[in-house]
Design a protein around this ligand. Sequence first.
Ligand SMILES: Nc1ncnc2c1ncn2[C@@H]1O[C@H](COP(=O)(O)OP(=O)(O)OP(=O)(O)O)[C@@H](O)[C@H]1O
Length: 255
Amino acid sequence: MSILTVKHVRKVYTTRFSSQQTVALEDVSFTVQAGEFVAIMGESGSGKTTLLNILSTLDRPSAGEVWLGERSLTSIPERELARFRHEQLGFVFQDFNLLDNFSVRDNILLPLVLAGTPEHRLEPALLPIAEDLGIAAQLGKFPYELSGGQQQRVAVARALITQPRLILADEPTGALDSRATGQLLEAFSHINAAGQTIVMVTHSVSAASAAGRVLFIRDGRVFHDLYRGAQSRAAFQEAVMHSLTLLGREGLHAD
Ligand SMILES: Nc1ncnc2c1ncn2[C@@H]1O[C@H](COP(=O)(O)OP(=O)(O)OP(=O)(O)O)[C@@H](O)[C@H]1O
């Protein structure tokens, strides 16, 4: 079952004070099946953030269509978008985006509280996710009392708490050291194995090789679409590296 369908998406930015136009996405098409873990790679300026903004309904394409399941994102009225995002999507960012004055527990529960979930449903939703992500002992702490890796796993728990159809992650390992990166990727693999669909933008070959598929973007198009299949992670990492040599490696790194 396809969960995300991107059809001939084009995005042109026009600068406000001149008529100069930048074509960020020329013609992007791909489909993500339910349960896939997809990494998106491409050099700086290739349009990854633009694409992620469109998938997350923060921006609209200049042309083309994006479907989440049977819903066309371009047809959702502006006033319904925030609610749609809340209900259907989970976000993980490079810099965690946790609220410093909220405890870990309250950070994770915030999306449910905002959605008006009854009090008695909160804790039962929270505990399995916190345990799964290895942060159950941190629930009473505040974000500044945690390591970067723990903070990012709190952010993943917050993204998962609403049981979104799709998790969108933008450079989630960008601010983490290699140990915390390994733990986060393990967490992603684990939640993906449990059925969660994930789309992750990354510069890191190592992070990309944790996914089941890597889409390479170049010049505003999908340049290459690589599936892991039965390969080991190490073999897939080699294959991703090889694709990057075809792509030109500027701005991408192997760690
Ligand atoms: N708001 C904007 N107005 C005008 N041009 C923009 C805007 N946002 C992005 N661009 C341009 O669109 C192109 C794609 O940018 P985008 O940020 O999507 O690339 P990226 O692949 O995410 O890059 P990076 O890896 O450096 O984050 C670039 O040429 C960029 O300068």
